[in-house]
Design a protein around this ligand. Structure first.
Ligand SMILES: [Fe+2]
Length: 372
C-alpha cells in the first residue's frame, strides 16, 4: 500500500457546494420571513432569487425564493428534482413542456400552489407590467444532487417521465378528492389556484376546530398538506421528522417548540410568508391570536402516496387498519401528540396572556374546550 499524493476527498456535500456556486444570497434561520430575505441576480434562472435554509431543513429539501420583475420571466428550466411552488405575491403564468412536445399552462395569483412535473421544461411569466411577482418553492434538489453529484445530468437530461404528466384538468384548478380518514384525506392535482379558498376536511384529532387536506402533486415524492386553525384557538402539540417546511398563509399567532424535558419553550411569531421547519422529533404547537382562521402549508420530503421512508409511512399514514396515524396518537399510547389535558399548564396561560395583549376574545374556555 502506498500513500497517494492526491488530496483525499471525503465528507463532501455536493448540495452545499452547488448552493455556494449559484451566487445568490443564502438565508439561514430558525424562522425566515420570505418577503424579507435578500435576493440577488440568478443567472441560471434569469430572475432574482435566494436560497432559504433552516436548522430544521432535514437532509432532503431546500427552499428557493424567486422574484420576477415587472413584465419579467424566467429562462426555460429543466431538472431532475421535484419542485412545489407557492405564489406569495403577484400574478402570472407558468408554461410546462414535456420532451414529446406536449404543453400545459396555467395562470396563477396570490396563494396559488403548483408542482412542476419531474424534469418537465418550465418557464414562469409575470403577468404584470408594473408589479413584481414573488414565488417560494420547496425542492428535493439536496437529495438529488447529493445522490448523483453531476450537474450536467441533473439539469440537462431529456428523459420524459410520461407518468408524471397527469390529467389535463390537474392544470385547470381541478383535481380528485380521496377521503381516507380524518387527517389523511387528500387532493390530487398539479395546480391549486388559491390555497386560501380550497375546502378542507375536519381534523378534530389534532385540535378543536382544526381542519386539513393533504396533497398529491405531480405524482411526486414531495409532501404537502394544508391546515387551518380556527380563529382564537390553538392545536395540540405534536412531533415528527425534520424537513417539514411550515409556511403561514393567513392569520396571526405564534408557535412554541421544545424537546421533552426542556425547561423553557422556544418561540416563533408568524404571519403570512413566515417559514419555520421544526427540528427532528421536536414538539411544536401552533397558537392563533387573531380573529381570522390561520392557514399554513407544510411541504417536505416523502409524499402521502410515496412516503419513501418508513418514518414517514409510520407517522403520517400509520399501520393499515389503524384508526389514527402515529402523528395524531397520544404520546401516552406510543404516538407523537400531546393531548390538551396533558399539556404543560404554562402553555394555556401564555396563550391567554397573548390573547389579552392582542385584544381578541379567546374561543377556548379551557384547553380544547370551544365556547359554543
Ligand atoms: Fe407538525
Amino acid at each position: 500500500m502506498t500513500n497517494t499524493l492526491n488530496q483525499p476527498r471525503y465528507g463532501l456535500d455536493p448540495y452545499k457546494d452547488w448552493a455556494a456556486r449559484e451566487g445568490i444570497p443564502i438565508s439561514y434561520g430558525v424562522a425566515l420571513d420570505l418577503f424579507e430575505v435578500p435576493l440577488g441576480d440568478w443567472a441560471r434562472v434569469g430572475a432574482r432569487g435566494a436560497i432559504a435554509h433552516f436548522p430544521g431543513s432535514g437532509d432532503f429539501c431546500n427552499m428557493f425564493v424567486l422574484e420576477l420583475g415587472a413584465g419579467g420571466s424566467t429562462s426555460p428550466q429543466q431538472h431532475l428534482y421535484e419542485e412545489l411552488f407557492f405564489v406569495l405575491d403577484g400574478r402570472g403564468s407558468t408554461q410546462i413542456e414535456f420532451s414529446d412536445g406536449r404543453r400545459r399552462s396555467f395562470e396563477w395569483g396570490p396563494r396559488s400552489f403548483f408542482a412542476i412535473p419531474l424534469n418537465a421544461k418550465h418557464r414562469h411569466f409575470n403577468g404584470s407590467g408594473t408589479q413584481r411577482a414573488l414565488l417560494a418553492s420547496t425542492s428535493n434538489l439536496p437529495l438529488i444532487i447529493k445522490t448523483f453529484h453531476n450537474e450536467e445530468f441533473i439539469f440537462n437530461t431529456p428523459f420524459m417521465f410520461a407518468d408524471r404528466l397527469g390529467k389535463d384538468e390537474y392544470y385547470a384548478g381541478e383535481g380528485d378528492l380521496y377521503l381516507i380518514r380524518q387527517g389523511n384525506n387528500f387532493w390530487e392535482t398539479n395546480f391549486v389556484p388559491d390555497m386560501g379558498a380550497i375546502a378542507l376536511t375536519a381534523y378534530g384529532d389534532r385540535g378543536a376546530g382544526s381542519s386539513n387536506i393533504k396533497f398529491v402533486l405531480g405524482d411526486g415524492v414531495l409532501y404537502a398538506h394544508m391546515s387551518e386553525i380556527a380563529p382564537a384557538t390553538y392545536k395540540k402539540g405534536h412531533r415528527h421528522m425534520s424537513g417539514i417546511h411550515v409556511m403561514t398563509l393567513s392569520g396571526g399567532g405564534y408557535s412554541l417548540l421544545w424537546y421533552d424535558g426542556q425547561k423553557d419553550f422556544d418561540r416563533v411569531d408568524w404571519k403570512y410568508g413566515t417559514v419555520f421547519p421544526p427540528l427532528e422529533g421536536q414538539f411544536h404547537q401552533h397558537f392563533v391570536t387573531s380573529n381570522e382562521p390561520s392557514r399554513y402549508v407544510a411541504t417536505g420530503f416523502g409524499s402521502f402516496r410515496y412516503p419513501v421512508t418508513e418514518a414517514n409511512r409510520r407517522i403520517s399514514i400509520g399501520d393499515p387498519g389503524a384508526k389514527k396515524q402515529a402523528s395524531s396518537t397520544s404520546v401516552k399510547d406510543g404516538g407523537n401528540q400531546i393531548e390538551y389535558e396533558d399539556q404543560d399548564p404554562r402553555i394555556h396561560a401564555l396563550w391567554l396572556e397573548e390573547m389579552r395583549k392582542s385584544g381578541v376574545t379567546p374561543k377556548f374556555s379551557a384547553p380544547g374546550k370551544l365556547i359554543a
